[in-house]
Design a protein around this ligand. Structure first.
Ligand code: SAM
Length: 281
């Protein structure tokens, strides 16, 4: 029996049984693997770290997309940084108010793998006429563009290798410059139980730059060792306090089904366990 061991943290590792190796090679930027596992289905691995799995991607992609997109009263323009597998793009495009989603992914090789092996996940989202896919560095894009976005979603790798710059203060400052007045920035911020300094660092930067900086939590089976944190930054403090009845109305109007997201889960995700609160405060 063949096992893949993910070593992301210094003290703990997770192992996944490999039933089949569907791809193994190197893109221009990173080592890439597509493996399959009986419980999780197909799994995308970059630089030996699990990025997404067909079995549990819905938790991460729904919560990264729908929490900000239902908090904002009428999001039209969305920017995704990273997100090469296309799962987040697919969720964002479900919102009827969305006119354009610009996705800036560093590694065209990841998009090619996603188109070949993860069609169940991206469901043709790359071909949607509202999609504007740019292959390039997300940090460079936000430093140079004059476009404005209602919501920016950072679906990055962990802060090592090409993803490191996506956790820097200058990157967040440039994101703020690209947001409309009540715009929202949401970021992938790791597992606080093991990556506390990563979350503390991001939220400290948010609070220096924005009127409201915080995080919300989700439980993704393959991002092992506790809840995962998603960072939240905006100048409009009311957006973290949207009434349950408004969320219910927006969700009903959007008229799509989910597997994890619900208006109640949305509200509850901002209730942080004390150990997470201490990290960000
Ligand atoms: N959900 C995943 C997780 O939390 O592990 C992240 C998945 S997504 C595939 C991450 C993507 O970010 C990768 O495809 C990677 O190429 C991309 N990426 C890393 N650094 C980047 C940068 N500086 N600009 C744009 N995309 C970047």
């Amino acid at each position: 029996m063949n096992w893949f061991t993910e070593i992301l943290h210094s003290d703990l590792a997770q192992r996944l049984r490999v039933d089949e190796i569907l791809y193994e090679g190197r893109t221009e930027f990173q080592d890439a693997k597509v493996i399959s596992n009986g419980r999780l289905g197909k799994i995308l691995v970059l630089d030996n770290v699990v990025q997404t799995t067909l079995g549990d991607e819905f938790v991460y992609h729904e919560m990264l997309a729908h929490v900000p997109l239902f908090s904002h009263p009428s999001p039209k323009a969305v920017l995704i940084i990273g997100g090469g597998d296309g799962g987040l793009l697919e969720e964002a495009l479900k919102h009827p108010s969305i006119e354009k989603v610009t996705m800036v992914e560093l590694d065209g090789g990841v998009v090619d793998l996603a188109k070949e092996h993860f069609q169940e996940l991206n469901q043709g989202a790359f071909d949607d006429k509202r999609t504007n896919l740019i292959i390039g560095d997300g940090a460079k894009f936000v430093a140079e563009t004059n476009e404005k976005f209602d919501v920016i979603l950072v679906d990055s790798t962990d802060p090592q290798g090409p993803g490191e710059v996506l956790f820097s203060k200058i990157f967040y400052a440039n994101c703020k410059r690209c947001l409309t007045e009540s715009g929202i920035l949401v970021t992938q911020n790791g597992v606080p139980f093991l990556q506390a300094s990563e979350l503390a660092g991001s939220v400290a930067h948010f609070r220096d730059l924005f009127n409201d900086g915080s995080a919300y939590v989700i439980t993704v089976p393959t991002y092992a060792f506790g809840m995962m944190a998603l960072g939240w930054a905006t100048d409009d403090k009311s957006l973290r306090q949207v009434q349950l009845s408004s969320l219910e109305e927006r969700f009903k109007k959007a008229n799509f089904t989910t597997n994890y997201y619900s208006p109640e889960v949305h509200k509850a995700a901002f209730a942080l366990p004390m150990y997470v609160k201490r990290i960000i405060d």
